[in-house]
Write a protein that binds this ligand. Structure first.
Ligand SMILES: [Zn+2]
Length: 408
């Protein structure tokens, strides 16, 4: 199967792209071959790598607006965990599908999921049906090691890789962390967890173990380049040095951090250390959307405002954190438009006001554009949205609304 894309704007120039199977096989001024499908954008659309949402909990779309304006501990332990206890595999299937409709419509083609083992069958079915790429981090608790082991290894597909996700140091025991690390090493799996999200988490860790979270994990031999840490706010300089030395990736979650008043990610310090910074929305109960356009803009503005320095978190840096850096963290050859890369692409309608004028496409994408600018989405060489139409969208919205009744 090959698709020829004609007259699309790439880096301010009109180009043709040839997609063969799931790869970008050729980029040139003009490509003339007979293809299975030809799409001519007539210079009216630009192509960008699809966004990579590096930290989310998809099925929490069912809890959007369920509990707001509360401190993290009260929100998580009194509201979210009890509501999640009512979720079964079928809820998680439809909640994930709802999340994927939203992600596709706002240009996300790859996401780093973390969610309950209870819904793993539903999660995998939803991702497969919607055609988006994912790393699925299965949440570990102290009792599900053996089940996770049996489940994870045979399930890898073209679109889905697996990760091990001990939720956080305040929910996972030392035994769980040690098992996760060993399992990751043995099976070459990523580790996805929340780390140093709140000051309270750091203080509790010091009280309990006599050291800060990064030191605690490092002393367990836990941290390496396979670790993707979400939130990652409350690190001191010594901890940043350890993280740099170990080569892990950090995920900046600006909307969730602002909404839960968790603190502010040290973007410039982390960048200057050379640590890989990715961007993520977190779940829809703490954001409350999964829109990477919003996340990019809010992420840039929060840094400038907090540091009182408009040169911080530049549009280009934020765009990289939403694309290429995510691919680096999740170990996939995507997030860039080059020959030989995975064909995970979004097509941006340049006829929208947000791109008029268009002095700087990345600036417009980060500071001006809205998700409505995404007209078509391709993932793994297949169109999964054309002219903003996703098959099944109506049915998914209806079903999610019906299922959410049980949380009221
Ligand atoms: Zn989270």
């Amino acid at each position: 199967m090959n698709i020829l894309i004609k007259n699309v704007i790439l880096n301010n120039e009109k180009k043709d792209l040839l997609i063969e199977d799931n790869l970008i096989s050729k980029i040139d001024d003009e490509i003339n071959i007979s293809a299975d499908e030809v799409v001519d954008y007539k210079g009216e659309k630009a192509v960008s790598p699809g966004f990579i949402n590096c930290h989310t909990h998809s099925a929490m779309t069912l809890l959007r607006g369920y509990a707001d304006d509360l401190p993290l501990n009260e929100w998580l332990f009194n509201k979210i965990f009890p509501a999640e206890a009512k979720m079964d595999n079928e809820d998680i299937y439809w909640g994930t599908k709802l999340a994927l409709v939203e992600m596709i419509k706002s240009g996300t083609t790859f996401f780093n999921e973390m969610y309950l083992f209870r819904g793993c069958e539903g999660t995998i079915r939803a991702i497969t049906e919607m055609g988006v790429r994912a790393v699925y981090g299965i949440c570990l608790d102290d009792s599900n090691f053996e089940k996770v082991k049996e489940f994870v290894l045979p399930q890898k597909t073209d679109l889905i890789d697996f990760a091990i996700a001990p939720h956080a140091i305040y929910t996972a025991s030392e035994e769980t962390l040690r098992w996760a690390k060993e399992f990751s090493d043995k099976n070459n799996l990523l580790i996805h967890m929340h780390l140093s999200e709140t000051l309270n988490e750091v203080e509790e860790c010091i009280d309990k173990f006599g050291k800060r979270p990064v030191e605690y994990l490092n002393d367990l031999g836990f941290i390496n380049e396979k670790c993707v840490f979400a939130h990652s706010i409350w690190f001191n300089n010594k901890e940043l040095e350890i993280l740099e030395d170990k080569g892990c990736s950090l995920v900046y979650n600006p909307s969730s951090n602002m909404k839960l008043s968790s603190g502010v990610f040290r973007f410039e310090d982390v960048k200057n250390k050379g640590i890989n910074i990715c961007l993520g929305t977190d779940g829809a109960a703490s954001n409350n959307s999964l829109d990477m356009f919003e996340e990019m803009k809010i992420g840039a503005l929060l840094q400038k405002s907090n540091d009182i320095d408009p040169t911080h978190a530049k549009a280009e840096d934020i765009f990289l954190s939403a694309t290429e850096n995510g691919a680096k963290a999740l170990l996939k050859k995507t997030g860039k438009i080059e020959e030989g890369y995975l064909a995970d692409l979004i097509f941006i309608d340049l006829q929208k006001t947000y791109f008029s004028p268009n002095f700087n496409f990345i600036s417009n994408l980060v500071y001006a554009a809205k998700s409505e600018c995404v007209s078509d989405v391709m993932c793994n060489g297949k169109f999964i949205m054309k002219d903003r139409i996703i098959p099944q969208e109506k049915e998914i919205l209806k079903k999610a609304k019906e299922l959410s009744v049980k949380f009221t």
